[in-house]
Design a protein around this ligand. Sequence first.
Ligand SMILES: [Zn+2]
Length: 265
Amino acid sequence: MQIISELFRFLIDTHCHFDDASFDADRAQAYARARAQQVDWQIIPAIHAENWQAVKKLCQTYTGLFPAYGLHPMYLAAHRPEHLIQLEQWLTTEKTIAVGECGLDFYVAELAMDAQYYYFKTQLSIAKTAQLPIIIHARRSVDAVIQCVRQVKNPRGGVVHSFAGSLQQAQQLIDLGYYLSFGGPITYPRANKLRNLIKILPLTALLLETDAPDQPLSTHRGQRNEPAFLIEIAQTVAELREQNVDEIITATTANAIHLFDLTHF
Ligand SMILES: [Zn+2]
C-alpha cells in the first residue's frame, strides 16, 4: 500500500483539450503551472478528424500527455462516414490510449440524433475491435449512452466524462465496467445533486478532469479553465467525502492508470 501511494502522488487530468487554440499564447506556461500543482499527466481527447494530427503532435511535444482519437458529437457537421474508416486505420498505426471523445449530445437541438447514434455506435465497435477503452460525452443522454454501451459490450470499458446523471445511472455504468469522471461543476456549492453523488459513489469508480478550457471551477468563474486547477477539484472531492486529499489523488490516479493502461504506453 505504501509503495502504491508513493508511486501515484501526482494527478492525472483525464480530460483536457490542451490543444485548444485558447492555449496557443501560453501553452508552455500552462503546462508548467500544471506540473507545479502535481498535474503531471493529461489525457487529450481529439474531437474531429482534422484535429487528430494536432493532438498527436502535442502529445509528442509535452511529456505526460496521452492522446485519444475520436469524433465528438458536437462537431457532427465536420464528420463524414469515411472518417470512421480513417479512425480505424489511424488506431492501427498511432499510439493511442482510448477512442474518444465521442458520445451523444441531446442538449443541442440542431444535432441530428440518427447521425449521432451512427457515429457513436460505430466508434464503440471500433474501440472494442481495437481493444481500447472509450471516452464518452453524454449530455442529456445518459440513458441512451447506457443502452449503447450495453449493446456493444467492450471488455476495456471506458469513462463517461463530466458525469451529470443520477445515482441509479451511475450504478448501471459502474456495473458495465465504466468509470465516472468529475470536474469543475462539483465545485459549485449549489450543485447539490452532483455533490451528493461524489459523497456516495465508490472511490474505485471515480476519475478527475478539468475539461479545460471549458467548465471553469467556481473559484475561476468566467475564466479559461486549465489543467493546473485539477488540484482544486481533488480538494473538493476530499472535502465532500471527508477524506484526505492524498487518498483521493492516489486512488483516482490509480483508477486512470488502470483504465487507460498508462504504465504500458
Ligand atoms: Zn471534451
